[in-house]
Design a protein around this ligand. Structure first.
Ligand code: CUA
Length: 270
């Protein structure tokens, strides 16, 4: 084989592997569900779906860049006198349009998640009728939860029903705290003198940890509450049992001590 033949066969191998890699990337993209099932709240599902979509796009772009690099290295490696590309209108327009499409995709898909009422709530203190309403107050260094109209107030324990829309009115009495329930995709600041709303819809029962996600002083790391999501019947029975009781005498609906991670195991459906 003479030199051009060797180069051509190398080029063919490079082109084949690049095509294979790109094909694989497209396949991965197609198998990713738009709204992945198996999350314990609609908020978490929305955020995860966006993350997966953006990850898939980044994967395809990453492979394309690596492929271009690989191609250039193989194609031009024996060139002792390289000529830079001057004026190439097609290349410039193509690159600009390509980048614009990617940015548009990222912007539009992010906007639809951010604008979703389950992620960004415009109403601060007025839940829609029919949703379960809880006032959440952070203070140094614990959480208080009160259920308007129910005469129930708890300390470091938030009980919520599954399959109902939940509305939290979040505030603070002293410094800035932040409600963070990783298992449910919920995060909202608790700011003194201001009420922040948060709406979500819980799709499964379980037990989760609520952390303070804003450094608020010496007791910050101890500002942890338990969130229990129970069936609608259990929720009503729990409220009835604790009406008028002081917060320290309120017990969680279940006696278990294990926590859910938020993502159900596909093998057991939980
Ligand atoms: Cu409250 Cu950190």
């Amino acid at each position: 084989m003479n030199r051009p033949d060797v180069d051509r066969s190398r080029l063919r191998i490079a082109a084949l592997s690049v095509t294979g890699l790109l094909g694989l990337a497209v396949l991965v993209f197609l198998t990713i569900p738009v709204s992945p099932p198996g999350y314990d709240s609609t908020t978490e599902a929305l955020i995860r779906a966006l993350h997966q979509k953006l990850l898939a796009v980044a994967l395809v772009l990453g492979i394309a860049v690596e492929a271009a690099l690989f191609y250039a290295a193989v194609r031009f490696h024996g060139n002792d006198d390289p000529e830079p590309t001057s004026e190439n209108r097609r290349l410039e327009v193509g690159l600009t349009v390509g980048v614009a499409i990617v940015l548009l995709f990222v912007g539009v898909s992010s906007y639809f998640v951010l604008a979703d009422p389950m992620v960004s709530t415009s109403e601060a203190a007025d839940p829609r009728p029919g949703s379960v309403h809880v006032n959440v107050t952070g203070q140094n260094w614990f959480w208080m939860f009160s259920y308007p109209g129910e005469n129930v107030t708890t300390r470091n324990l938030l009980v919520l029903p599954a399959n109902r829309t939940v509305f939290l009115s979040i505030t603070s009495t002293d410094v800035v705290h932040s409600v963070f329930i990783p298992g449910l995709g919920v995060k909202q600041d608790a700011i003194p003198g201001r009420v922040n709303g948060y709406r979500t819809h819980l799709t499964d029962t379980g037990r989760y940890r609520l952390y303070c996600a804003e450094y608020c002083g010496a007791g910050h790391s101890k500002m942890i509450a338990t969130v229990e999501v129970v069936s609608g019947d259990e929720y009503r029975a729990w409220l009835r049992r604790h009406r008028g009781k002081p917060p320290e005498r309120i017990e969680p609906p279940s006696s278990g001590s294990s926590y859910s991670t938020g993502r159900r195991d596909s093998s057991t459906g939980r």
